[in-house]
Unconditional design. Structure first.
Lengths: 599, 68
């Protein structure tokens, strides 16, 4: 399939508007506060949509489709238990301290609350993580665009080698994001994220509609895929009776508590969006508004995966790992939407440990898009992919430039310069950060293992962070030494746990067991969840133990930073739908209803 | 006056919607039994128009912009 003039027109319109918003925002980016904090002047609903959009990167869209195809609708756990409760928690309980402390970043809150070393550890690991994740997703996008072959004809027409599609995709997306962040800072990024959010919906909603129409609606999916694909809680009593390979405890503690709260309540990439709000009330409502939208995102990104697998005769459909065999053979559809994974080196299909061909699940959503979208809608679909990629990347870049400028440059390199200087450095570092992302993307294409390793190390660093923020905000006795030692102990525990366990059917090494294999998990996901649970628990316990043995900060220094030392936000005023607690309750009820419907 | 992000969203959706719907009306591409270009193009254009109406109302002062 090749692009028509209409598709090019849609893509061009998108690029013009994205750049235009950056330029429009530039007129109001005159100070550091404008550039890094969007002047703290953004309405709640805009912050809320930016909050989810920054997270809805291309890897999320593609990855959730892939998981939908592999694990079924149970993937929705990543939203309903793995996001909503944490988003409600940050809006209701944590935002008063982030926003009220007037800290300009997550690491800066840690310095105000604890000390310099805790901030430094958090800032450095966060800065590296944002660059790596934007580089890796840039690589994934470029690779995907190449795989889709939609640009083959125009490149051939221009006499350019096919390899240039990869370079073209990377350079174009990097340049566009660079221009609108360089010009408009966080404000440019946030306004674009809202636009991009609507484009993602516009691109994927019709895909789901056509796909469902084709497979006979939800009931058609249920009939062709069987119950293991279409229920979120069925079989969660034990790790071996569901497709995820995790039991209910692992899901609720590992995903629902540690990983989810660790990401949504502490990751500056999302928190920064809420901190840009125009008032405390708006800052608290931003994650709650986001939660209201977020709970429906699974229907947009996971369903395409289920539809794709229903249109593919999967070799491992009635997988032996899952005793609940799928009833009835599925009608073999033509080549199938999801292709078999091909080994790049040998050109042969890749087999799993049982000798069955593996499917390339990452192509589930993109291939569905190619199958159902004719010229015209194809442009809209590609724009949605591009929009999701750019929103994710811009989220990383704006979080990076803020943390680098304030928590590394201002803290350790040049502390006492004027605001103009930091604004200038912020712009410069935006360019440096994007260049580093591009370099990372090329590194990822050369050395896949190094990237896996770095992401693994960063996952260790991240696992215990929520214990630090939680104790810092809600227990005034927590000390800087306690926080730092707890963080370090949590990181060490994560590494140790990974070194001692291995998911079934895997070789020791990057997947775990590099010290000794003392326990085997039924799936990689189970191992991830339990690594997080251990890291958090040890981090939590060590922080408390060391805090009790060291001297706390004087109480008067903790006002505005710790729950018990901060006067309650004055009685909530305004209509009921403006109150964070009321909104929080509504979101929790909503997500419970969804869980019951799809139980 | 503050920047209203609904303006560029409205304009972009209207433009893309009309472009795709126009192509759909002429070329009649069918997918899963639906002229998806025409149908979805009109949906997008309608959403864009709605955004523009909201912006216009906010400017006239009939409706407060969703500041908070």
């Amino acid at each position: 399939m090749s692009l028509g003039a209409v598709d090019w027109g849609v893509l061009a319109l998108y690029l013009i508007f994205v750049l235009g918003i950056g330029v429009a925002a530039a007129r109001r980016a005159r100070s550091g506060a404008d550039f890094f904090l969007a002047g703290r002047a953004i309405p709640a609903w805009v912050c809320g949509l930016a909050f989810i959009s920054a997270n809805l990167g291309a890897q999320e869209v593609i990855g959730m489709g892939a998981s939908g195809a592999k694990y079924g609708i149970a993937t929705a756990h990543f939203y309903w238990i793995g996001a909503i409760p944490a988003m409600v928690f940050i809006g209701v309980f944590m935002m008063p301290f982030y926003y009220g402390s007037r800290a300009r970043s997550g690491p800066e809150y840690l310095r105000l609350r604890f000390d310099e070393k805790t901030r430094a550890l958090n800032a450095l690991s966060f800065a590296v993580m944002t660059i790596i994740s934007s580089g890796v997703s840039m690589y994934a996008l470029a690779k995907l665009i190449q795989t889709l072959h939609v640009f083959d004809a125009p490149f051939a027409h221009l006499g350019l080698p096919q390899a240039w599609i990869f370079h073209g995709a990377i350079l174009t997306s990097a340049l566009v994001v660079l221009v609108y962040i360089y010009a408009g800072g966080l404000r440019g990024a946030i306004y674009n994220e809202v636009l991009q959010f609507f484009l993602i919906v516009a691109g994927f909603a019709p895909l789901v509609w056509l796909g469902l129409k084709q497979v006979g609606g939800w009931h058609g999916l249920e009939a062709s895929l069987g119950p293991t694909y279409t229920h979120v809680w069925a079989g969660m009593g034990h790790a071996t009776t569901n497709r995820l390979g995790v039991d209910w405890f692992g899901v609720s503690m590992g995903l629902g508590f540690v990983l989810s709260f660790g990401y949504w309540c502490t990751d500056f990439l999302v928190v920064q969006r809420a901190m840009a709000a125009n008032s405390m009330s708006a800052a608290r409502r931003a994650p709650l508004i986001a939660a209201g939208v977020k709970m429906f995102v699974p229907f947009l990104v996971i369903l395409p995966g289920l539809i794709a697998i229903a249109l593919t005769a999967a070799p491992d459909r009635a997988s032996a790992a899952h005793p609940v065999a799928v009833a009835g053979a599925i009608q073999q559809h033509d080549p199938g939407v999801i292709p078999v994974k091909i080994d790049a080196a040998t050109g042969r299909p890749m087999l799993d440990a049982r000798g069955r061909p593996q499917l390339d699940y990452d192509l589930a959503t993109p291939n569905l898009l190619l199958r159902y979208f004719p010229t015209g809608m194809l442009g809209v679909g590609l724009t949605a992919l591009l929009a999701s990629f750019m929103s994710g990347m811009a989220g990383n870049v704006t979080a990076f430039n803020t943390v680098f400028t304030y928590d590394i440059y201002q803290a350790y390199i040049r502390p006492k310069a004027d605001d103009r200087h930091y604004l200038h450095v912020g712009r410069l570092i935006t360019a440096v950060g994007i260049a580093a992302s591009v370099a990372t993307a090329y590194m990822a294409s050369q050395f896949n293992n190094i990237m896996d390793l770095m992401q693994l190390v960063l996952a260790f660093v991240n696992a215990p962070v929520f214990a630090t923020f939680l104790l810092g905000m809600f227990w005034k006795r927590t000390t800087g030494h306690g926080a730092f030692t707890g963080l370090a102990a949590g990181i060490a525990t994560a590494a140790l746990h990974h070194g001692l366990t291995l998911p079934v059917d895997n070789l020791t090494g990057i997947k775990g067991g590099w010290i000794a294999v003392t326990h085997t998990y039924p799936s990689e996901m189970a191992q991830n969840f339990w690594t997080a649970i251990w890291a958090w628990s040890v981090g939590f316990a060590v922080t408390i133990a060391v805090s009790l043995a060291t001297r706390p900060k004087p109480a008067e220094e903790l006002v505005g930073l710790v729950y018990s030392m901060t006067p309650r936000v004055e009685a909530e005023r305004g209509a009921w739908y403006m109150r964070p607690v009321v909104l929080g309750v509504i979101m929790m009820v909503g997500v419970i209803v969804l869980d019951v419907i799809f139980a | 006056m503050t920047f209203d992000v609904r303006l560029p969203i409205g304009l972009l959706f209207l433009a893309i919607g009309l472009l795709v719907a126009g192509y759909g009306a002429v070329a009649q591409p069918m997918a899963a039994g639906v002229n998806i270009d025409l149908v979805w193009g009109l949906v997008m254009a309608g959403f864009g128009a709605l955004m523009l109406v909201l912006v216009a109302l906010a400017r006239k002062g009939d409706l407060p912009p969703p500041q908070d």
